[in-house]
Design a protein around this ligand. Structure first.
Ligand SMILES: Nc1ncnc2c1ncn2[C@@H]1O[C@H](COP(=O)(O)OP(=O)(O)OP(=O)(O)O)[C@@H](O)[C@H]1O
Ligand SMILES: Nc1nc2c(ncn2[C@@H]2O[C@H](COP(=O)(O)O)[C@@H](O)[C@H]2O)c(=O)[nH]1
Length: 191
């Protein structure tokens, strides 16, 4: 089987991590762990959710791409990708839309990009508060340039990314199952 990375992108709170966890539990796809200077949220574990870095240690890694998002740095490394691919040919990564563009450009068909969105953005605040996020921090994030940018699928990913409206989890799950099936059929046809 050819290797693929399912790139989950979209705005904060649209369900990227939820989908990555689903792909991990039901398809055994390991998640690429990325690096950030953001402090851990309650319940987040170093080396499981992220490699949590200081400003100094962040600079010491070798990145395939890195971005600034709402005042913190995030980056993913070639080593992280290869480590996940050693475990399975099908893996996931959670990225903002700038990162998703870079993955699509650099990896071509190896990257299956899924853009998550919701019909009612007002509901995101409720979802994030249920997740336990700090209200002030969430408001600050939702006022950021990155948040405004990630509401829309970037033009360069139109016709490439699968767009999934994650209003209702059961329909989302069905759509994700279809995208996985489609990627596997495409893979068989290529061989
Ligand atoms: N379809 C859904 N209906 C209701 N709640 C949902 C749905 N999908 C995800 N959620 C909830 O919304 C919250 C945010 O989801 P998640 O953490 O997956 O978002 P994210 O896109 O990874 O966010 P971020 O970029 O901020 O890390 C979580 O509490 C999750 O359980
Ligand atoms: N381009 C990249 N984006 C990343 C990376 N790791 C995470 N992210 C994205 O950042 C925002 C904020 O994440 P959060 O965990 O603080 O909510 C979100 O869109 C993530 O998808 C990365 O290595 N590169």
């Amino acid at each position: 089987m050819n290797r693929k990375v399912f790139v989950l992108t979209g705005n904060t709170g649209t369900g990227k991590t939820t989908v990555a966890n689903y792909l991990n539990e039901f398809y055994e796809m390991p998640k690429v762990i990325t690096h950030t200077t953001r402090p851990p949220r309650e319940g987040e574990i170093d080396q499981v959710d992220y490699y949590f870095e200081s400003e100094q240690s962040f600079k010491e890694n070798h990145y395939l791409e890195s971005v600034a998002y709402a005042n913190y740095r995030y980056g993913s490394s070639y080593e992280g990708l290869e480590r996940a691919w050693e475990k399975s040919p099908l893996i996931t990564i959670v990225l903002d839309t700038a990162g998703a563009k870079t993955y699509s450009e650099k990896l071509g068909d190896e990257a299956v990009v899924i853009f998550l969105t919701v019909t009612k953005p007002d509901e995101i605040l409720g979802r994030l508060s249920k997740r336990g996020d700090n209200l002030e921090e969430t408001r600050r994030r939702m006022a950021s340039e990155e948040y405004k940018r990630d509401v829309q699928l970037p033009q360069s990913l139109q016709g490439i990314a699968h767009v999934v409206v994650n209003d209702d989890w059961l329909s989302t799950k069905e759509e994700i199952d279809n995208i996985v099936k489609q990627a596997l059929v495409f893979d068989l046809e290529e061989e």
